[in-house]
Design a protein around this ligand. Sequence first.
Ligand code: FDP
Length: 334
Amino acid sequence: MPRIETIERFILENQPEYAQGEFTYLLYDIALAAKLIAHKMKRAGLADILGQAGNVNVQGEEQQKLDIYADELLFQLNDHTGRLCAMASEEREEMIEIPEPYKKGSYVLVYDPLDGSSNIDVNVSIGTIFGIYRCVDWDQRGRLEDVLQKPKDLVAAGYVLYGSSTMFVYTTGDGVHGFTLDSDVGEFLLSHPNMRFPSPPKYYSVNESYYDEWTPGAQSYYHWLQGRKEPKLSVNPTKLSSRYIGSLVADFHRNLLRGGVFAYPAEMDKPEGKIRLLYEAGPLAFMAEQAGGYASDGKQSIMDITPEDLHQRVPLYIGNRDLVRMAEAFLRND
Ligand code: FDP
């Protein structure tokens, strides 16, 4: 009989030396949130939860939109456990303090509860992204500086993909491991140990409708990815196939399995790009490096950028290392 490895067992057997239960249970709680969100999506179906918050359903109850549900759930599962000193969510303007009666812990949780919002209402894959930092000052209750840390300082990061099956993929700095939810037994089971970007890569993922807004460097890079012969480029073009879902988690996940690059370039009048550093680019950059890949804003590693603002955006190139390095080369002269 093949060895069955549940996520609980895997986390316990592979916990980093410094983890003394607190960190391990924090990961369990995120995995639990993932199961509950996946369950809610499946059980309620299109009619009940997709749609605008504030709508009234057939039972006369006010509907809660799925992204609000996911945000609340992650908050509620983590605010009282004594494992965190602060949280920050893509859905909330301000940093989340751990309410006073509860014990303060040593970690910080940043999360995007439901990424890929344009896909929620149309039943296309979406995801949850999270990152875990250590508190800067363990004696203090959470402050902004605990949250505004470089992705390089992450101790764990991961995502949940709600697709044709639900997957929980995470790293604690010792490789990237993927688990698939067996919904009959309600367990995440190890299905993808030690995930690495394969080479040669297959795909590029970019929303090319913004082509005219990109800088010349980003446009040339796009031509290079497509393998176009004209206009002539200084380096021989590669030739990748195009896949774009518009859900960062889903696009990243596919490229992690098949090899490729996801790009969301800066635009002429939007040099900051779109993707959020703290909740999206940072955690995925940490995962990419653990899977042998790389993430850049086009000039420098995402891992080295210190966020100045909770909702700071960055241009993003992420995937196979060579493909992302090539983006940096094309963007150097912009
Ligand atoms: P969304 O706005 O639908 O929430 O950063 C959020 C994000 O989705 C990513 O998940 C996705 O990759 C990107 O934005 C899609 O943006 P475009 O619709 O502009 O392509």
